[in-house]
Ligand binder design. Structure first.
Ligand SMILES: [Zn+2]
Length: 420
């Protein structure tokens, strides 16, 4: 790269980051409550659009509540746009770095790019996605799925939160019509690709002492429910060999499958939820539902692991006279990111004198949804102690500014390329 380094206005970034960080704090001081379709999330979007407008960007929203800010040089107005951004919602008691950092960084990069005078070969779009996290309505990645036409309408129509508010009502409160969600995908052909900057949410970069990672793939996530059906019976009088103990079958499965996973690379799993019935001390557990989260960036490993899990569960059940039924209730395929754009990120980092490494993302991201239908790339910066989805989530100002610089340089490269 021969052009001089771009100048980032660090005051602009830090001021904007602190403004956003004032929105949606938990009243008790424990992190953030910027949940999807909450007044706090909507306020964050309003803040974003106002800030973007001040920069001179063209601001809009879509049917999914996503916010956009466009820079469209007249001579390239008909070409597909390079998009970059992240999401503005948080998990309950979450941090503001997850998602919020990427959005503010994208605004800062936009400011730099607009001032750069570079000869752009295409427009750019700053994106702030809605409902990326998903815990309120069991949706997740809703904004990006709407943009790419990947939404399961049957699922969103039945979605409701724990208080009984339906997603339809929550959207209507902000003037959005759930039935119009599919319309959000009508502009899909206008995208050249998507780049997302995000905190790592794990400890690897900090431990390596490396400021930047290029993400190679977003993990696939498969959630499998195992339903063991035995026979509830008296905990004292039932002869030991005759106990059809569903919970013991589940426990054996946890031990065996966890040992299998411990011996495997590129695969993580979690026996995250167990429901036993009747859940009484003096009753042999008659039925158990055990839900697993299985993740891998390799589709074959997801298949192999699912098959291994089911056969272990069947055997563990059979040895106690317990039958098994299974259900894959959530299945997101892995998304490999765009190799030429990984190289663009690495080139940007080295142009800035920053070392970088390559990592898999073990968390889901909007980039994994966008990347299914267009070139996509992702940049990570270190998270202190690897903590995320918690009030202690933190990345230093210097670490964040390094990320902003890499994003701006990467975008400058991709915006000025005549071909992809
Ligand atoms: Zn995030």
């Amino acid at each position: 790269m021969t052009r001089p380094m771009l100048h980032i206005d660090s005051d602009y970034f830090l001021t904007a980051f602190r403004e956003l960080a004032a929105i949606g704090r938990d009243p008790s001081g424990r992190g953030y409550q910027r949940l999807a379709w909450s007044p706090a999330e909507r306020e964050a979007h309003r803040w974003f659009r106002e800030r973007a407008q001040q920069l001179g960007l063209i601001v809009s929203t879509d049917e999914a509540g996503n916010s956009f800010a466009d820079f469209i040089p007249p001579h390239v107005k008909d070409r597909p746009a390079l998009a970059f951004g992240s999401h503005l919602d948080s998990v309950p008691y979450g941090g503001t770095y997850d998602g919020g950092y990427g959005v503010v960084a994208a605004l800062s990069a936009a400011k730099t790019l607009m001032d750069s005078g570079l000869p752009f070969a295409r427009p750019f779009r700053v994106m702030a996605f809605t409902d990326e996290e998903g815990p309120r309505f069991g949706t997740g990645l809703l904004g990006s799925k709407a943009v790419t036409g990947a939404l399961d309408m049957e699922h969103v129509r039945s979605a409701h939160d724990q208080a009984g508010t339906t997603l339809r009502e929550a959207m209507a409160n902000f003037g959005c019509d759930l039935e119009k969600l599919p319309n959000a995908a009508q502009h899909l052909s206008r995208y050249f690709g998507y780049v997302e900057l995000h905190i790592e949410q794990g400890p690897r970069l900090e431990r390596l002492g490396i400021p930047i990672a290029t993400v190679t793939a977003i993990t696939g996530i498969r959630q499998v429910s195992l339903h063991f059906e035995g026979q509830a019976n008296h905990a004292g009088t039932t002869p030991k060999p005759e106990r059809q103990n569903a919970l013991r079958s589940a426990a054996e499965t946890i031990m065996q499958f966890s040992a299998y996973v411990d011996g495997t690379d590129n695969l993580v799993t979690n026996p995250g939820r167990i429901t036993a019935h009747p859940n009484a001390t003096n009753v042999v557990p008659g039925s158990v539902r055990l839900d697993w989260d299985i993740r891998s960036p390799e589709p074959e490993l997801l298949e192999q692991a699912t098959a291994a899990l089911i056969s272990m569960a069947e055997r563990a059940g059979a040895s106690f006279g317990v039958t098994l039924t299974t259900d894959i209730f959530h299945d997101v395929p892995p998304c490999p990111l765009h190799e030429p754009w990984m190289e663009a990120i690495e080139g940007a980092a080295s142009h800035l004198g920053l070392t970088s490494t390559r990592l898999v993302s073990w968390a889901g991201h909007d980039a994994g949804v966008m990347g299914m239908v267009m070139p996509a790339a992702m940049i990570f910066i270190p998270s202190r102690k690897g903590v995320s989805h918690a009030p202690e989530e933190y990345s230093s100002d210097d670490a964040m500014l390094d990320g902003v610089r890499v994003l701006a340089e990467t975008a400058a490269d991709l915006l000025t390329r005549v071909e992809s």
